[in-house]
Design a protein around this ligand. Structure first.
Ligand SMILES: Cc1ncc(COP(=O)(O)O)c(C=O)c1O
Length: 369
């Protein structure tokens, strides 16, 4: 039979939860608490504990989590319309959209040429008196250098905000986890994320009591008391049914990280092909391998080889945010490292439900290219 390894197998990932989720749906219906309520509170408590933060605020999705952080800081008078925010040029567009939609100005920072992450030395040169925040992205599941960015933000009086949508549980060498490294962090629980819901879901984590108070009102129509609206708010609430599902995934997640890292270690040590540039595997928990992203100069040809051999692949991402039609005002920018990454990156399958024989097959196919 012809081998077919999909890029991701979302059904297999959720299969172990089928019974629990069916029970949760029954309990949910009987509870009558369809918006917010105990399940959302329980989830927030568990996820804050998991990240090591004082607070977690559930949100509708990851983009809204980022937007809510910015709106929260604006309502506290800490950020203002037109403030500049350092953002990685190499990221998913949601990072950039959140900044723009909050009325702030993204300043695109090139990645290091040794990793896919924001280069702090480049960021340093892009500071102006309008720079008020640095939004780091732990892209593909890999933490930015925590100490470096913490001291960069402190030295320059910037808010340090994490886009941790892809990096649940990634842990720095000092034991701090994604979500607890800066002033506030945004997570996504989009179904394909390392902790995935059965629909849209997200969260903000922070230690900041004032920010939480502001965000809770803003995410609920600007209201902290029913039918009393103090600020122009949104509806950015976490869905109560998704909260119930996610609560079952948190305790299982450490073993999923372990499995992801185990596969990544095999790829890094057993794929030996000079035509394929592999990501560097840090020998600690700072990478949770949401994605395993290689680089290949003749990418189309490589993808054809994978497809012919029944191995799924995806490109994260084919067009950088500053070259998207939606961001016309930035299309003139020329960002060589980012653009080269976008031309050469290719993600190969890596997820907990992959069998060892699939992992071996993928390694063989890549070595034969
Ligand atoms: C880096 C990054 N930031 C933000 C988001 C937005 O998350 P969501 O799709 O839940 O809105 C995503 C996921 O799509 C992402 O990968």
């Amino acid at each position: 039979m012809r081998t077919n390894i999909p890029f991701f197998n979302i059904v297999a990932e959720n299969a172990p939860y089928a019974e629990k989720f069916a029970q949760e749906l029954q309990l949910f219906m009987q509870s009558g608490q369809y918006i917010l309520g105990d399940a959302v509170k329980d989830f927030e408590k568990e996820y804050a504990t998991f990240c090591g933060t004082t607070h977690c605020v559930g949100t509708s999705n990851g983009l809204d989590a980022l937007r809510l952080i910015f709106e929260g800081y604006k309502s506290l008078g800490i950020l203002h319309q037109g403030d500049e925010v350092l953002v990685p040029a190499h990221t998913y567009i949601a990072t950039t959209l959140a900044v723009i939609q909050a009325g702030l100005v993204p300043v695109f920072v090139e990645p290091e040429d040794s990793s896919f992450l924001m280069d702090v030395a480049v960021a340093q040169h892009q500071l102006t008196e309008k720079t008020k925040a640095c939004l780091v992205v732990h892209l593909y599941g890999e933490l930015v250098n925590t100490k470096t960015f913490q001291s960069f933000a402190k030295r320059n009086n910037l808010l340090l905000i994490e886009d941790a949508a892809q990096a649940h549980g990634a842990t720095a060498s000092n034991g701090q986890k994604a979500g607890a490294l800066g002033d506030a962090a945004a997570f996504s629980f989009y179904p394909t994320k390392n902790i995935g819901a059965l629909g849209d879901a997200g969260a903000v984590t922070t230690h900041d009591d004032d920010l939480v108070k502001a965000m809770r009102a803003i995410q609920n129509y600007g209201s902290s008391k029913k039918y009393q609206n103090d600020v122009l708010g949104f509806n950015m609430r976490l869905d109560a049914l998704q909260a119930r599902f996610l609560l079952h995934k948190i305790p299982e997640y450490p073993s999923a990280i372990q499995r992801r890292q185990e596969i990544a270690i095999r790829y890094v040590s057993e794929i030996e092909n000079p035509k394929i540039i592999l990501p560097v595997h840090p020998k600690n928990d700072s990478h949770v391998f949401h994605l395993f992203v290689a680089r290949v100069e003749m990418r189309d040809d490589f993808i054809q080889h994978l497809t012919k051999n029944g191995v799924g692949s995806l490109i994260h991402y084919p067009t950088p945010p500053h070259k998207q039609t939606a961001l016309k005002q930035y299309n003139h920018l020329s960002l060589a490292v980012t653009e080269h990454y976008h031309e050469t990156v290719v993600s190969i399958p890596l997820y907990p439900s992959l069998y060892d024989k699939d992992v071996q097959y993928i390694i063989d196919v890549l070595n034969r290219y």
